[in-house]
Design a protein around this ligand. Structure first.
Ligand code: S3P
Length: 171
């Protein structure tokens, strides 16, 4: 299959890179959070506030499961790796990429954000500790770990495309 899954913490650039990469590979882009919002006609903030995080995680799992049936670039939410079920279905994906960003980078990008429920009213230290609690999970499911701090989205997409093509040749 032709399937690339982008993971990483909030603010890692998954959606931006996903868009560029999907164009380069001529594949559809499935952005899990966008799919959830358009299918259920509700924002992520509203899902968390009105239905709670567990309901969001259930919907997120269903959306990932159906996305993984398709050839696509799949851009995931930062918490996708939290569930055992998600980590186990990600094992069957062709190519899982962890976009690794340092706290300075993602904190700068997330400054003033009002759309991500898990970081609202959180201190820098709390956000960093959320990131650190997830690092091993991102690394554990990734075929490729890409340090992105010094790269542009275009460079990141080119690097992923190149690695994906090499991997396909070797398969
Ligand atoms: C989340 C990340 C968000 C979104 C939701 C939960 C998380 O996606 O899925 O707010 O748990 O890290 P982004 O990583 O695209 O911000």
């Amino acid at each position: 299959m032709n399937q690339i899954v982008l993971t990483g913490f909030m603010g890692a650039g998954k959606s931006t890179v996903g868009k560029i990469l999907a164009e380069k590979l001529r594949l559809p882009l499935i952005d899990i959070d966008t799919e959830i919002q358009s299918e259920h006609q509700i924002s992520i903030t509203e899902i968390f506030a009105n239905l709670g995080e567990p309901v969001f995680r259930t919907i997120e799992h269903q959306t990932l499961t159906s996305a993984l049936l398709k050839d696509a670039v799949i851009s995931t939410g930062g918490g996708i790796i939290l569930s055992n079920d998600n980590r186990s279905i990600l094992e069957s994906a062709d190519f899982v990429v962890y976009l690794k960003t340092s706290p300075n980078t993602f904190l700068a990008r997330l400054k003033g954000d009002t759309t991500r429920p898990l970081i609202q009213e959180k201190s820098r230290e709390e956000i960093i500790s959320l990131f650190e609690s997830r690092t091993k999970l991102y690394e554990g499911v990734a075929h490729l770990i890409l340090e992105t701090d010094e790269l542009t989205p275009e460079e990141i997409a080119n690097q992923i495309k190149q690695d994906f093509e090499i991997r396909k040749e070797q398969a």
